[in-house]
Design a protein around this ligand. Structure first.
Ligand SMILES: Cc1cc2nc3c(=O)[nH]c(=O)nc-3n(C[C@H](O)[C@H](O)[C@H](O)COP(=O)(O)OP(=O)(O)OC[C@H]3O[C@@H](n4cnc5c(N)ncnc54)[C@H](O)[C@@H]3O)c2cc1C
Length: 458
């Protein structure tokens, strides 16, 4: 076999699992120099997204919910950069590395594993004040931010600023939104015990959902149960409601409600990665790359796709059914895809992907959950326990599994960690303050006046 270069674009679920599979199946070819595998991703790690809500709530150390690609893929070349265009006719991808100029990378086999991005709407103010919930950076930021808002509420004397700091809005009732809200509200409620002037009932947590139900992943009945549970906790679940605008944090909802908030989290669905539009690959009406059941991209040679960025036929559903965007499909498709690429390179027959969606588990905070798996409905502690055991069993690498179990075990013996390292986002602030020439602040002018004999009242 002539030397073949397999290029995997995206190092998330599909990219990492497919690379792991290929690294194993082709180890002899890699050793002989007959095959080279490259993964390109703007991040040097894969994120286990179902654990992001727990990372945001401080139950898990954020570093433990990501897997370093270079560590698990020692026989694969990892490029930290972004693919900005794909010219499959010429077997070339344009790479924008983290530093330096763009360049073209030639390949023989292409694996598209670009995942999805937040599906946003042109809502006034959203791009300026909203935040998504797909990346570990967003989870860390939100955790610091929520605790920071409690600090603000505790310390301010301005009632409007206090109400604004204590208002938290999540738009979109899928598992990302519901789990993130459930976990963060649980954490904030717990944290209130350390604040003299912040009562948990003063916090305003709002879930805005345009449909008449939430959590479609766990079925209608469990979705209704989740609404009731969240409402019992004082969370304002607004169904049939849209976010109309949030300019400067002034939230306007379609039911006429208006209030100010510093925290607007957008989790209203995903769409295929827009980079696909800059390729010559065939796309469906949702801009996903069209794949056959064997995960080969339709009407192409030497190109494969799986996960959120691919439209893959669901052979277990009615004719025309497609696999939904979920980790459940992504992981399984990645394994079939890796095997098929290895088989194709060796001139062996390839097989179809077939998996019946088994349902979902969701966490709503410590000891609280909801699940529907193989038609079995579970609620409360049992569902939460199932969420944890299922996901830790799926977490890649033994190292990460052990670290996560240790995080949970330590949390049993010690209180929750509630430090806000909000200044992590502004690490140079203190240094700049001392290095730059100081200008007198208004308070110092008043202080000067006070020293001159004018009364200063606080
Ligand atoms: C908070 C949350 C909770 C979830 N919980 C569940 C759950 O409980 N169960 C479940 O089944 N599913 C869950 N999901 C969905 C699941 O995580 C996704 O379906 C899954 O990650 C899809 O895998 P993927 O490989 O297609 O995409 P991803 O895992 O997102 O990987 C895509 C990769 O492509 C990279 N990339 C993006 N642009 C470029 C570019 N231009 N060039 C190169 N690389 C690029 C990204 O950095 C990323 O690493 C959850 C998702 C979220 C956000």
């Amino acid at each position: 076999m002539n030397k073949r270069h397999v290029l995997i674009v995206g190092g998330g679920y599909v990219g990492m699992y497919a690379a792991l599979r290929l690294q194993k199946a082709l180890r002899r070819d890699i050793k002989k120099g007959a095959v080279e595998i490259t993964v390109v991703d703007p991040r040097s790690y894969m994120t286990y997204q179902p654990f992001l809500p727990e990372a945001a709530a401080g139950n898990l150390e954020p570093r433990h919910v990501v897997v370093a690609l270079r560590r698990v893929l020692p026989h694969v070349k990892v490029i930290t950069g972004r693919v900005v265009a794909i010219d499959h006719a010429n077997r070339t991808a344009r790479i924008e590395p983290r530093g330096g100029d763009e360049y073209d990378l030639h390949y023989d086999e292409l694996v598209v594993a670009l995942g999805s991005v937040a599906r946003t709407l042109p809502i006034p103010g959203l791009a300026q004040v909203g935040i998504g919930f797909k990346q570990v950076e967003e989870a860390i930021w939100l955790r610091n931010h929520v605790i920071d808002r409690l600090d603000v509420a505790e310390s301010t004397r301005d009632e409007a600023a206090r109400r604004r700091a204590l208002s938290f809005v999540f738009v979109g009732g899928g598992y990302a939104g519901v789990e993130a809200l459930g976990e963060l509200e649980d954490m904030a409620r717990y944290a209130c015990r350390y604040y003299e002037h912040v009562n948990p009932d003063e916090m305003r947590w709002v879930l805005v959902e345009v449909a008449d139900r939430i959590l479609p992943e766990v079925g209608e009945e469990m979705g209704r149960y989740t609404v009731d549970e969240l409402r019992k906790r004082g969370i304002d679940v607004k169904l049939h409601t849209r976010l109309e605008s949030c300019v400067d944090g002034h939230v306007v909802l379609s039911d006429g409600t208006e209030f100010d908030s510093d925290t607007i989290v957008w989790t209203a669905g995903v769409k295929a990665n827009p980079v696909l539009a800059a390729s010559d690959l065939p796309l469906d009406d949702k801009a996903r790359v069209r794949a056959e059941a064997n995960l080969r991209i339709v009407d192409t040679e030497d190109a494969w796709a799986a996960g959120d960025s691919a439209a893959v036929p669901d052979l277990t559903g009615p004719p025309g059914a497609m696999c939904g965007p979920s980790a459940q499909h992504a992981v399984r498709q990645a394994k079939v895809l890796g095997d098929n690429v290895a088989r194709a390179l060796h001139g062996r027959p390839i097989r179809d992907y077939r998996h019946k969606y088994v349902g979902s588990v969701a966490s709503l905070g410590l000891g609280k959950g909801v699940a529907q798996v193989y038609g079995i409905k579970l609620k409360g502690w049992l569902a939460w326990f199932m969420h944890r055991t299922y996901h830790v069993s799926r977490m890649p690498t033994l190292n990460r599994k052990i670290r996560i179990i240790l995080d949970w075990t330590l949390a049993l013996f010690f209180h929750r960690e509630l430090v806000s390292l909000g200044t992590l986002q502004r690490p140079r602030e203190e240094f700049e303050r001392s290095a730059l020439p100081r200008q007198a602040t208004p308070l110092e002018h008043v202080g000067g006046a006070a020293r001159a004999g004018v009364g200063l009242r606080r």
